[in-house]
Design a protein around this ligand. Structure first.
Ligand code: NDP
Length: 405
């Protein structure tokens, strides 16, 4: 039996709370967040005697430490915002509690998408004898596990990695983001970047795109983005010659985004407005729908997977592994849309891996450094069935042919 504390009561926090409550292994759950009424709403929906709630501003390390010492969880699942990562890691160190999150730390006034700050905690976690698992949502998260699983079972060396992320859903709103608007818009408006031959190549935002076929969905225009798991995968899989990340966007979404950018509403530096300092992107966030509120009428599917190419016993191979998730089914089950669902389920599986001792090792780790098999085994049963295509046709196959020719 284990005790778990969840921080953050947004779309993802809702899924994590539902799924933790459904696991017999978690005997006691504390859901803590800045606006306690959101915890209350989630607790009402779940209605489990195992679930308690608390108000917490996680930017105050001492408050988190107090809650941790009072509640004594085995693990803290951080599904608040990336700005809270380091505060929560500090609190876990002080209270001796394992830590897991789904997004890398971000400084408030600069978009970085880097693991450096969190990797710097490795020795302190190791000395304290506790585990921190970073980026255990879907992407980052399952994409790293998929890559590790492919490497373990199908390759001696992976040379090319293409992560493909499609949301073919429709929420019926003119413009909204599927997870926290600030983080989402920062991610998309930054320069595109990919890894090739040991170097990072930067390109203007959304300037490289191609049509990619997605299972049960069809062809969708997909844009090359920098995504944080590229950094950790390039570090932990040294045979990689190239790693890229692709995401679909509709024309309408991109047009809205362009207009917002042109107006300056996506800026993250503070500006003076009638004597008051405001950050335009934070103001925009206040105007946009809450990601959690999109769930009710969301239809369609997401499809996220990894195309791997490399060699096994000297012969070229390709491997595609993916999950499709249906927005409406996710809503029926837990009251969240598929983006929150595909993030929350892996966070719970990662927490199970840690409390079961399978992924427990002192220090700070990304998911691809851990054994993928037990995680993959739980993905389907917990709601994210996955499929694989071994040596099938791939939209990226041509590069492999070029490489071995
Ligand atoms: P939401 O904005 O819906 O929810 C964030 C929650 O965190 C809110 O309840 C918010 O409280 C709370 N929060 C914010 N600041 C604090 C604080 N200082 N102390 C305590 N609680 C705080 O976001 P999502 O649920 O969509 O996303 C949650 C996380 O998941 C984000 O970090 C996001 O980047 C990550 N993510 C990861 C993905 C992956 O695949 N790896 C995909 C999607 C998301 P309040 O209501 O008061 O604002």
């Amino acid at each position: 039996m284990a005790r778990v504390m969840i921080v953050g009561a947004g779309g993802v926090g809702n899924v994590v709370a539902h799924k933790c409550a459904a696991q017999e292994e978690f005997s006691d759950i504390l859901l803590a967040s800045r606006s306690v009424e959101k915890c209350h709403q989630i607790a009402q929906r779940i209605s489990s005697p195992k679930l308690k709630i608390a108000e917490l501003d996680a930017n105050h390390v001492s408050h988190t430490v107090k809650l941790l010492k009072d509640f004594q969880p085995d693990i803290l699942i951080n599904v608040a915002l990336p700005y809270q990562d380091l505060f929560l890691m500090e609190a876990c160190l002080e209270a001796g509690v394992h830590y897991l999150d789904t997004a890398n730390y971000e400084p408030p006034h600069e978009a970085k998408f880097e693991y450096g700050w969190q990797w710097a905690y490795h020795d302190r976690f190791r000395q304290a004898g506790i585990t921190a698992i970073l980026g255990c949502g879907f992407d980052p998260g399952v994409t790293g596990v998929f890559t590790a699983y492919g490497l373990k079972h199908y390759f001696d060396e992976i040379h090319y990695l293409d992560i493909v992320d499609c949301n073919a859903g429709n929420h019926g709103r003119a413009f909204a983001t599927n997870f926290n608007p600030e983080i989402n818009i920062r991610e998309i408006t930054q320069e595109g970047r990919y890894y090739e031959d040991g170097k990072w190549i930067s390109v203007p935002p959304l300037s490289i795109h191609r049509s990619i076929p997605y299972p049960e969905i069809g062809d969708r225009e997909s844009y090359l983005l920098y995504h944080e798991e590229l950094e950790s995968l390039a570090k932990h899989i040294p045979t990689l010659k190239r790693a890229r990340f692709w995401m679909t966007f509709s024309e309408s979404y991109l047009t809205h985004l362009r207009v917002l950018e042109n107006l300056g509403l996506t800026r993250i530096d503070p500006i003076d407005y009638e004597g008051q300092e405001i950050v335009p992107l934070k103001f925009l966030k206040a105007l946009l729908p809450e990601p959690a509120s999109l769930a009710e009428n969301y239809v369609g599917q997401t499809s996220i997977g990894c195309y791997l190419q490399g060699i096994k016993a000297g012969r070229p191979h390709s491997y595609y592994v993916y999950n499709n998730c249906d927005h409406a089914l996710a809503y029926q089950e837990v009251g969240s849309q598929a983006i929150s669902y595909t993030t929350g389920v892996p966070a719970v599986i990662g927490a199970l891996m840690v409390v079961r001792g399978i992924w427990q090792q002192p220090g700070v780790f990304n998911v691809e450094q851990c054994d993928p098999d037990p995680f993959m085994k739980l993905l389907g049963p917990l709601g994210l069935p996955w499929h694989e295509v071994i040596d099938g046709a791939s939209p990226f196959q041509d590069q492999l042919v070029e490489e071995v020719a």
